[in-house]
Design a protein around this ligand. Structure first.
Ligand code: ADP
Length: 276
């Protein structure tokens, strides 16, 4: 039950805080069976009037399941010891944290190999393909970025927070200033023109993700798009046909670069992948 959940997370004690982001703070907790570890995201939306429809939508998202999506276990609206109401979403816990940590935090002793990066890219592509093409109603993620990509025990990537960001666009809040913390560089240009993000916007964000994953540079960095090896890498991934369904190559590289990259195919990524 959720009162058990609250007890086991000690009223959301600071030592259980695993991170915070666009929607609120995330705590590590356990269900009352004491075997299931969960991540509890306490929404900071109550001041912004998180509506019943938001919770209904989160509940509906429980049925959206795929091996590359973080499982939503439940959604609750409850009251803490001080009588404050809060809303929380309970996710399965991802023991290896987010891709953001793996890409950028120096203290992360382990480093991802090229083969592991490619596998993560393929996992994310599979998650997007499922959301866009295999759900009853297509779901646009709208906030794809490394901190929303979580890694499970064996480093399989699972996309989190799917279908939630679109709620924040529906209100009157300006997306750029309020809702999507840390998303600069991932927001598709059409948002500036039309004020909305669609499934095609996810494709753009996926392209940026690929570049960030393989250059190690953030989209806000100066040299982000000037790295030739990444263009070759993307060409290899595309050529394998794994990613072609969801990525529009023209957004990432021009035709000439893909064709021109053919001779130089032997850049190490192919061999790495075969070994893996
Ligand atoms: P953002 O809005 O920046 O994507 P989130 O609020 O989704 O951030 O999550 C903040 C941090 O909490 C993540 O970067 C990750 O480290 C951690 N986190 C989120 N969900 C989970 C989960 N299911 N399991 C483990 N850690 C998680």
């Amino acid at each position: 039950s959720y009162s058990d959940l609250l007890k086991s997370t000690d009223g959301f004690a600071a030592e259980n805080l695993v991170g915070s982001g666009s929607f609120g703070s995330v705590y590590k907790g356990a269900l009352s069976d004491e075997r299931t570890t969960v991540a509890v995201k306490v929404l900071n939306l109550q001041q912004q009037g998180a509506s019943k429809s938001f919770l209904d939508e989160c509940n509906a998202l429980k049925n959206v399941r795929h091996r590359n999506l973080v499982k939503i276990m439940n959604v609750c609206s409850t009251v803490d010891r001080r009588g404050n109401e809060f809303k929380a979403i309970v996710f399965e816990f991802m023991p290896n944290g987010s891709l953001e940590d793996w890409l950028h935090h120096q203290d992360r002793a382990r480093r991802l190999s090229l083969a592991q990066r490619l596998n993560i890219a393929i996992d994310v592509a599979a998650a997007l393909e499922y959301l866009h093409h295999h759900c009853e109603t297509p779901i646009a993620h709208c906030d794809l970025k490394p901190s929303n990509i979580l890694l499970d025990q064996d480093l399989t990537a699972r996309v989190g927070d799917f279908g939630l960001a679109s709620f924040l666009f529906d209100g009157n809040q300006p997306l750029l200033s309020v809702s999507l913390k840390g998303s600069i560089g991932y927001i598709p240009p059409e948002y500036g023109q039309r004020g909305r993000v669609t499934v095609m916007g996810d494709v753009y964000s996926f392209g940026i993700l690929i570049l960030e994953m393989f250059t190690g540079k953030r989209p806000t960095d100066e040299m982000f798009k000037d790295d030739l090896s990444i263009h070759q890498f993307v060409a290899v991934a595309l050529a394998r046909g794994h990613v072609i369904d969801v990525v529009d190559a023209s957004m990432l590289v021009d035709e000439e670069m893909i064709n021109g990259g053919g001779d130089d195919d032997d850049d190490g990524c192919g061999r790495e992948e075969e070994k893996g």
